[in-house]
Design a protein around this ligand. Structure first.
Ligand SMILES: *Cc1c(COP(=O)(O)O)cnc(C)c1O
Length: 354
């Protein structure tokens, strides 16, 4: 499929790259294409960034048929690089399958993304820790209120320069274990990256914020017994020297940062167990001193140390509320590869020359 390019006439003024925050500014262009059962994907184009007209009966507005991805481009000496981008498009297709949305051609979508970034290359910030955040998303776009698998969909990619997640170096986050609301259940949409999962988690997130916690640690939706994941991050624990991370049961999002950390940890000789971890086992380890380190993994923060775990109104301090040595090593190695500052022995980065 051909990609039509309609460049904007006037380029926007760039924001102050030292005060970017997250997802507040958008580049000059976006990629958009349409799907219908009769035509398949068509009308692929790069157009000036702007509003998307939408029918008031559009499926997404009523039944929440929406999926998305989150990934980053990093500026390099002679261009930019992407971290495991095909993994994201593969996961987008897994999400599409779950929500009965159409699949995309992964290679074509990557090509479209690269073309879009090339056009908006000077929006990639350069200083350490900053990057160009990439948000591909798709929504069901039938112009009818009937409830059925969609026949029409829209796929879009927008780009946003983002600042360093940690303005003042890595600092541990405070997490509260949620035992009322659940994010997802087995058989539901937990493994899909869809907007609905986030809608379901807002209330607990709001309650946590009111109590001074930055994120929620979810328990499984059936027994409220097993650890699942944190907000928009997967979670890992070092207990008695072993690395434990919740097994992908269907209600946990299969993070690409998670997968990459597991591969790195194994290559360093650590025992990594993907298994069920009950909250009682975790709190027991925190109480008897065998919980050495805890951290979250995700594209936004990469690796995020957890310094305080609250369960049933009791705080459990992890690693003296400091970043643990293994957490720091994972962060340094992974961001080193992503920023192009360290060798990439796994061949994870897709490099593009300008
Ligand atoms: C995106 C996401 C993650 C992290 O996935 P990465 O591929 O590592 O960015 C974890 N949990 C949820 C709920 C997510 O949406």
């Amino acid at each position: 499929m051909e990609i039509k390019v309609e460049q904007c006439k006037v380029r926007k003024e760039k924001p102050d790259f030292s005060k970017l925050g997250f997802g507040k500014y958008f580049t000059d262009h976006m990629f958009i294409m349409q799907y219908s059962d009769t035509e398949g994907w068509h009308d692929a184009k790069i157009v000036p960034f702007g509003y998307i007209p939408i029918h008031p009966a559009s499926t997404v507005l009523h039944y929440g048929a929406e999926i998305f991805e989150g990934m980053k481009a990093y500026k390099t000496a002679d261009g930019f690089q992407l971290f495991r981008p095909l993994e994201n498009f593969k996961r987008l297709n897994d999400s599409a399958e779950r929500l009965c949305l159409p699949k995309v051609d992964e290679e074509f979508t990557l090509k479209a993304l690269i073309e879009l970034i090339k056009l908006d290359y000077d929006w990639i910030p350069e200083s350490v820790g900053t990057s160009l955040y990439i948000r591909p998303f798709m929504f069901g776009n039938d112009e009818s209120l009937g409830v059925h698998a969609v026949h029409n969909a829209t796929f879009v990619i927008i780009l946003s320069p983002v600042g360093s997640y940690y303005a003042e170096g890595l600092s541990p986050v405070k997490i509260i274990i949620e035992n009322e609301d659940v994010r997802a259940v087995r058989g539901g949409t937990g493994y899909a990256k869809c907007g609905g999962n986030y809608a379901a988690s807002m209330r607990a997130g709001k309650r946590a914020a009111e109590k001074g916690f930055s994120q929620v640690l979810w328990l499984d939706g059936v027994e409220r017994k097993y650890i699942e994941e944190v907000g928009a991050m997967n979670v890992m624990f070092k207990i008695n020297g072993e690395i434990i991370t919740p097994v992908l049961t269907g209600s946990v999002l299969p993070g690409i940062t998670r997968k990459s950390c597991i591969e790195m940890l194994k290559s360093w000789g650590y025992k990594v167990s993907e298994r069920l971890l009950s909250v009682d086992e975790l709190i027991g380890a925190a109480e008897n001193g065998t919980l050495d380190e805890a951290w979250g993994t995700g594209t936004a923060a990469v690796v995020s140390p957890i310094g305080n775990l609250n369960y049933k109104d009791k705080n459990h301090i992890v690693s003296d509320n400091k970043i643990g040595p293994l957490t720091q090593k994972l962060y340094d190695e992974l961001t080193g590869i992503q920023w192009g500052l360290k060798p990439d022995p796994y061949g994870w980065c897709v490099k593009v020359k300008m």
